[in-house]
Design a protein around this ligand. Sequence first.
Ligand SMILES: *[C@@H]1O[C@H](CO)[C@@H](O)[C@H](O)[C@H]1NC(C)=O
Ligand SMILES: *[C@@H]1O[C@H](CO)[C@@H](O)[C@H](O)[C@H]1NC(C)=O
Length: 316
Amino acid sequence: MVRFVLGLTVLGSATAALGATYAQSDSHQGDGFYKSFNFQAISDPTHGRVNYVDMATAQADNLTYSSGDTFILRCDDTTVLSSSGPGRNSVRIQSNKQYLDHVSVFNIRHMPEGCATWPAVWEVGGDWPAGGEVDILEGVNNQSPNQATLHTNPGCTMPSSRSQTGTSVNNDCDADADNNAGCGVQAPSSNSYGPAFNSAGGGWYAMERTSSFIKVWFWSRNDGSVPSDVKNGDTSIDTDNWGKPFAYFPGTSCSMTEYFDWANIVINLTLCGDWAGSSSVYADAGCPSSCVDYVNENPSAFTEAYFDFQWLKIYE
Ligand SMILES: *[C@@H]1O[C@H](CO)[C@@H](O)[C@H](O)[C@H]1NC(C)=O
Ligand SMILES: *[C@@H]1O[C@H](CO)[C@@H](O)[C@H](O)[C@H]1NC(C)=O
């Protein structure tokens, strides 16, 4: 293990010498996701009205499906739930591999939409929040735009002025502060999330993590500025050519090596729960009834509550 880590350090400095050039180390597409991710039938730590199922159940119920370059993850949209029984069946998958310095590029055609939905594409280290959390694509109840957020141990903060196209909503990343709000940055475009994201045909999310910063970019499907290495999923990428990220989290008052550890990639879809289901957040979004009743009684409201990934590529 020590040898392995040392080896990576040497590789890391060799890469640094080349600027921001990375080589593809993993490419996930279609049924490849079933080999590189595991389905976590755990209870939702954010108290959502969901029942996360294992891979066999998800496949049998078509909550996951793959064909060619399509990989679907969804929640159940056919069952009326008993208010005293378990929540709506849904999925949470986690990568088998962990990553330190890397770039993740997600090519997404469709993301879950609808009142009560709280989808997330994120990365998390061990012993939360000690290993850090990076939320890349996350939101609730169809409310655009997307927000990228870090959650950490106490002591990690972000400067108020930084080089990004998005808008900071909070600069203290401490998961214990402000009800675990974290330090979030909203993307500038409404098509970064929900129905507007989907009607544009989705797009690409990319996250770069180094020992000195974390950056998150978004390009909508028909955005002329999408870099060709992102669009084509090239085997080698150069993040120096990608322009300003919408979210820039520099390590100036947050040592990246101290607050962020080896991380797994997680994709989950919860319903209601601490954020989406908060009565004011739910009502402010113009959503009907109460969140939990709506989930229990209206399966057909969740036909658009699915992810469709064209691919996911990791560069190191
Ligand atoms: C789903 O994703 C969000 C990402 O921010 C996370 O806070 C929440 O705990 C996740 N739920 C589960 C069960 O993983
Ligand atoms: C499963 O879901 C996929 C994608 O939404 C769909 O194309 C397929 O027809 C579904 N299969 C069944 C058996 O319902």
